[in-house]
Design a binder for this molecule. Structure first.
Ligand code: ATP
Length: 282
């Protein structure tokens, strides 16, 4: 049996550069991982099937689940004729902008590589990851990076300055597809991704906070005004940065101090929001 931790990501920058002929958007993002993770266990069984279970009743346990899809793809590619029993203990909120499904898929590729001694190198794993979802290559890499193209061009960056992340998610999910369908390239904001990269290279926490930005915020805010209210509340608490992650609806705040992070966390009503205070991993 193998256990894998699958960490959530946040976007320190997300810029939508343009639309490609295949209708995907070209992105430029700075992403890093945080100390919030799902735990996955993998066990080989003799019967040739995939048995998936999770601790969330609303998650599919068939090929609509990215973990199932990934395991099936690798089993078929490598003609593996034994089965797998997989359990996902989910802690990352679902449809939240934190790449929960993608990070589970990335862990599945790593686990199967190890369990079946497939000798896949990182390039091979990323090639498989790309077929599952655009955030999977970054999740395989798993450290701070500049991510370009459709999520497939990864340039490693140094660790981000150490700080605390407070995540606030309303009790609804947002579909990434819906947000991208509403992107109008003429009216969109463009964060200065290069300045975020430079700040990280200079270990400049305040510079990183100053330049961080997300092109998709205005779109999600228009469709789901509650998300903007979360951002405003975090800003009113005097955090160093408040920014939506991915296509939302999670908004995160950065602060340097653990006590402050916990105080901010406790100022949100747990009946209305899922709230976490965790360390940035980098
Ligand atoms: P991203 O930030 O990459 O856009 P997200 O955090 O917004 O991702 P996910 O948590 O990956 O979104 O969930 C998106 C959808 O994927 C959900 O509707 C969910 O049912 C489906 N899904 C499939 N497999 C998984 C999984 N292992 N974990 C979470 N969601 C999954």
């Amino acid at each position: 049996m193998i256990t894998e931790k699958a960490h959530a990501k946040i976007n320190l920058a997300l810029d939508v550069i343009g639309k490609r002929p295949d209708n995907y958007h070209d992105l430029r993002m700075v992403m890093t991982t945080i100390d919030l993770y799902d735990r996955l266990t993998f066990e080989v069984i003799s019967e040739d099937k995939i048995i998936l279970s999770t601790n969330r009743y609303y998650l599919p346990n068939d090929d609509r689940n990215l973990v199932y899809k990934t395991a099936k793809l690798i089993k078929d590619m490598y003609a593996i004729n034994v089965g797998l029993k997989i359990h996902i203990h989910k802690s990352i909120p679902v449809a939240a902008g934190l790449a929960g499904g993608s990070t589970d898929a990335a862990s599945t590729i790593k686990a199967l590589n190890q369990l079946f001694q497939l000798n896949m190198d990182m390039d091979k794993m990323m090639e498989i990851g790309k077929q599952i979802g655009s955030d999977v290559p970054f999740c395989l890499y798993g450290k701070t990076a500049l991510v370009e193209g459709v999520g497939d061009i990864i340039t490693p960056l140094p660790y981000v300055p150490r700080c605390w992340v407070v995540l606030v998610k309303p009790h609804f999910g947002v579909s990434t597809k819906e947000i991208f369908q509403n992107v109008k390239l003429e009216g969109i904001n463009h964060p200065d991704v290069d300045q975020v990269v430079n700040a990280i290279k200079n270990n400049d926490y305040y510079g990183m906070c100053q330049h961080a930005g997300n092109s998709l915020e205005s779109i999600t805010f228009t469709l789901y005004p509650e998300v903007e209210r979360i951002k405003q509340k975090l800003l009113s608490l005097g955090v160093d940065l408040a920014l939506m992650s991915g296509s939302g609806p999670t908004v995160y705040a950065l602060v340097l101090n653990e006590e402050r992070a916990k105080r901010i966390k406790n100022s949100f009503d747990k009946k209305r929001y899922e709230v976490y205070a965790v360390r940035i991993r980098g």
